[in-house]
Write a protein that binds this ligand. Structure first.
Ligand code: CTP
Ligand code: MG
Length: 168
């Protein structure tokens, strides 16, 4: 039991910059879309109006700050600063790719794409982080298991607080 709690703690600690990078745009995003409002060859938006430059930059900065703070806490500033930046960048690019796939499948901006919405960003965050550090397979497994319910719960809180128009 204590071992499981330890693994969950390690999982949350490792993936925290990705969570922060993913959540920050909901609060600080808005304005000009990354795709400039352009359409893809299929006549649908490239990413859609939900992916904004301000949201991307805010998420990248916030996730990176978390990495720096983690580095200060454990006394490994360089490694964790790099890790924070890569986890945040991966999360945001994974999120963009998710929106790109959703638009190709004709799912409107804000429409639900189960699994892709909840796990895409975290998988990409880990791929981006892998050159610097990857946790053990147990921790990776726990990250994949706990992220969907955490994502759904935080989205619901964001909806109740008025940051999101939909509860998912
Ligand atoms: N957001 C942003 N910039 C980003 C990512 C998100 O401004 N790069 C903001 C947008 O206001 C967006 C909200 O965060 O509506 C929630 O993000 P998300 O659920 O990822 O976007 P959706 O609106 O659901 O769009 P999509 O269907 O493309 O996922
Ligand atoms: Mg959404």
């Amino acid at each position: 039991m204590n071992e499981v709690i330890g693994i969950i703690g390690s999982a949350l600690w490792f993936i925290l910059p990705a969570y922060v990078a993913n959540a920050t745009p909901v609060v600080l995003g808005g304005g000009a879309p990354i795709d400039g409002g352009k359409l893809f060859t299929d006549g649908r938006p490239i990413f859609g109006a939900g992916k904004t430059i301000r949201g991307f930059v805010a998420g990248l900065v916030a996730g990176s700050i978390v990495g720096v703070l983690q580095g200060v806490v454990v006394g490994q500033l360089c490694t964790y600063a790099m890790l924070g930046l890569l986890l945040a960048l991966g999360a945001l690019i994974g999120d963009l790719l998710g929106s790109f796939i959703k638009r190709r499948l004709d799912i409107q901006r804000g429409g639900a794409a189960p699994v892709l919405d909840q796990l895409g960003f975290v998988v990409f965050a880990m791929i981006f982080a892998s050159p610097v550090m990857l946790p053990g397979w147990e921790v990776i497994l726990i990250i994949l298991l706990i992220t969907p319910p955490i994502h759904i719960a935080t989205n619901f809180v964001g909806y109740r607080l008025g940051f999101k128009s939909r509860p998912y």
